[in-house]
Design a protein around this ligand. Structure first.
Ligand code: UGA
Length: 446
């Protein structure tokens, strides 16, 4: 008994006297890698080392070789800079990465299940491994988007593992990163939200984000549930705004009004704001569709019908069908011997992510109707090939445009904006469908 006490004291002594802090980020996807690399950069003057860990050995091997498994502008360069400084490393050895860490960020996926529930198995598996391997006090930071009440349940989970409450603290620190601009978003956030069990628990994150707090970025400390709702409410509000403007665009099209001017003018009203008013083929990505479905299901379980969010989900589903309907109408219903070029299959520009991309239902439908589909995307073709191996993937937009009957400008990549100008001047009677309004005003979309 006495010996055990001495060992415990030594462990605690070394924990409190060691100056180097180790932060382990579990999950090396979009959020985990950006979080790890940006935290290393923000804390470059401190004795802090970040380990990005993942159970996927292939991914870790790539990262150790200096490759980045996802396309995110600036990420490769930032990672390489931080690795060279010795403040960032990658590991497949999760138990050691947990044992060494003072702070553990959990940044693993929380996909939607078929019944609308959030699949928390990856988060649970992280907590399970932490419980198994923690030998010193830990700050556990949940970055993954989790249903309201999930973070508080961690206390009962650890209690069931006989881990004392003073051996850990739980923080929910949601991310507000857009794929494609994630690094800028991390380093210049509108706010930092920190959900805690008691206000003093926020201190480690106050330290980690001190550079941003000094630049007057609001640091908002709430209870766990409030922070969980802030994350869902943010993404759901964006989903509502997008579904709304897409419906207004449909009215504009039917009446000949100009949606760009409508968006611009309403966005100048400070109560509305200029962002998220660009119309498109329906929002996609891993977050807005997933989080609207999740919040709707959470509310339903609470006996609350989330009418606004449900309407946004429905409107978005409809929006994704409009491009196909338009193509069918312009090709006069005669699709089977036609070739259609899709420019852009990523759910938006500057990413290789195709999750919930409007391109998926469109390609599916075109193939069902016997259409020859040609695709070009600067970054997302490899991902799309896994889903639609039979489609023709082209080396350039120009290649994809050869011998096709209709063009869909589906993703707003910068290079397509330039191409749209050329297409306007040189249309050769080609059918162009332009749900993101990339064509200059003179050649407005079909
Ligand atoms: C979204 C949120 O913007 C982030 O704040 C949040 O952290 C993230 O989800 C998440 O929860 O992880 P993201 O899905 O990367 O980020 O992309 P957005 O830029 O929000 O775009 C979502 C969809 O809306 C895309 O399909 C995009 O094309 C569409 N969109 C966006 C428009 O159609 N018009 C706009 O004006 C803006």
């Amino acid at each position: 008994m006495k010996r055990m006490y001495v060992v415990q004291c030594l462990v605690l002594f070394s924990f409190f006297t060691r100056t180097e802090q180790i932060i382990t980020v579990l999950g090396s996807g979009y959020v985990g890698l950006v979080t790890g690399a940006c935290l290393a950069k923000l804390n470059k003057n401190k004795d802090i080392r970040i380990i990005c860990a993942d159970i996927d050995a292939t991914k870790i091997n790539l990262l150790q070789k200096g490759e980045v498994p996802i396309y995110e502008p600036g990420l490769k360069e930032l990672i390489s800079e931080q690795v060279q400084r010795g403040s960032l490393s990658f590991s497949h050895d999760i138990p050691t990465a947990i044992k060494e860490a003072d702070t553990i960020f959990i940044a693993v996926g929380t996909p939607t299940q078929k019944n609308g529930d959030v699949n928390l198995s990856y988060v649970e598996s992280c907590l399970d491994t932490i419980a198994m391997h923690m030998s010193t006090p830990k700050t556990i930071v949940i970055k993954s988007t989790v249903p309201i009440g999930s973070c508080r349940k961690i206390h009962s989970f650890f209690a069931s593992r006989h881990i004392q409450p003073d051996a850990y603290r739980v923080i929910f620190n949601p991310e507000f990163l857009r794929e494609g601009t994630a690094i800028t978003d991390f380093l210049n956030p509108d706010r930092i939200v920190v959900g805690v069990t008691s206000p003093a628990d926020a201190q480690p994150l106050q330290e980690l984000y001190s550079q941003l707090i000094m630049k007057n970025v609001p640091f908002i400390v709430t209870d766990l549930e409030t922070a969980e709702i802030i994350k869902y409410a943010s993404n759901n509000f964006l989903a509502l705004k997008l579904s709304f403007i897409n419906e207004i665009a449909n009215i504009c099209e039917a009446t000949g009004a100009n949606i760009k001017q409508v968006s611009h003018a309403i966005g100048l009203d400070q109560r509305i704001g200029p962002y998220f008013l660009k119309t498109g083929p329906g929002y996609g990505g891993s977050c807005l569709p997933k989080d609207s479905k999740a919040l709707s299901t959470i509310a339903k379980k609470l006996g609350i019908k989330l009418r606004t969010v449900n309407a946004a989900i429905k409107a978005n589903k409809h929006q994704k069908r409009i491009v196909f309907k338009k193509l069918k109408q312009l090709l006069e219903g005669n699709l089977s011997n036609k070739t259609v070029t899709i420019l852009g299959v990523a759910f938006k520009a500057n990413t290789d992510d195709i999750r919930y991309s409007p391109a998926i239902p469109l390609i599916k439908k075109l193939l069902q109707y016997g259409v020859q589909v040609k695709v070009y995307d600067p970054a997302a073709m490899d991902n799309m090939k896994l889903q639609f191996p039979t489609v023709a993937y082209c080396n350039s937009a120009e290649d994809a445009l050869q011998e096709s009957d209709a063009i869909v400008l589906l993703t707003d990549w910068e290079e397509f904006k330039e191409l749209a100008i050329k297409l306007t001047h040189n249309r050769h009677q080609k059918i162009i469908v332009d749900p993101r309004h990339m064509l200059p005003e003179t050649g407005t979309c079909q």
